[in-house]
Design a protein around this ligand. Structure first.
Ligand code: ZN
Length: 60
């Protein structure tokens, strides 16, 4: 079985556990049309609107 050659230093261990690896929370903006949270510069997932126009047709 493979065994680590050296003890991982505190700095290395703690850096691994630290937030430097964690992904940032994605930016969210409110949809102008329905007020749902959506990704900026993307068509709204709940109403299908972008820039005041309906891009994806949703059944009402
Ligand atoms: Zn919307």
């Amino acid at each position: 079985m493979a065994v680590p050659k050296r003890k991982v230093s505190k700095a290395r261990r703690d850096k691994r556990r630290s937030s430097v690896w964690k992904l940032e929370t994605p930016a969210l903006v409110k949809c102008d049309q329905c007020g749902e949270l959506k990704l900026p510069h993307k068509v709204c997932g709940s109403c299908g609107y972008y820039k005041g126009r309906e891009i994806i047709k949703k059944e009402a």
